[in-house]
Design a protein around this ligand. Structure first.
Ligand code: RB5
Length: 145
């Protein structure tokens, strides 16, 4: 899915990892949209999540990657927006199943709880795993609204 633009955004806790993952996206041929934050100064993760959710809503990106300290707060915030299915993942298995079963369109990562290699594995798995489809999974996703 390298034709899809990948939006990436982080709070201050995820700022450094955002830079490293943006480099992975470029190296893998993905076009990315960096929505900040652009420095280590403290910011509020709900504001960052909103920025990315609106980018997906407006069609400026097809997938999103969010990073905060744990991946939890920014994932919770993103899931408040209609159409967003953000999955907080700590390993590639979670990222694979988030795509295959949940058709997640946002990957949420925790910079304080995982290293670069695990984050990279999550990212690449998230971007390359298709949704399994089928009545069972689609019916459940439809119930999310
Ligand atoms: C910021 O200190 C931290 O609370 C935030 O990055 C995130 O981990 C919240 O869930």
């Amino acid at each position: 899915m390298s034709s899809t633009i990948v939006a990436i955004a982080a709070d201050h806790a995820g700022f450094a990892l955002k830079g490293e993952l943006a480099a992975v996206l470029a190296e893998q041929g993905y076009q990315s949209l960096d929505l900040g934050t652009h420095g280590p100064e403290s910011v509020d993760y709900p504001d960052i999540a909103e920025r990315l959710a609106l980018a997906l809503r407006d069609g400026r990106a097809g997938r999103g990657v969010l990073i905060c300290g744990t991946g939890i707060g920014i994932g919770i915030a993103a899931n408040r927006f209609p159409g967003i299915r953000a999955a907080t993942c700590a390993n590639a298995t979670m990222a694979r199943l988030a795509r295959a079963h949940n058709d997640a369109n946002v990957l949420s990562l925790g910079a304080r709880v995982m290293g670069f290699e695990a984050a990279r594995d999550c990212l690449l798995t998230f971007l390359t795993t298709p949704f399994d489809g089928g009545d069972r999974h689609q019916r459940r996703i439809d119930k999310l609204g």
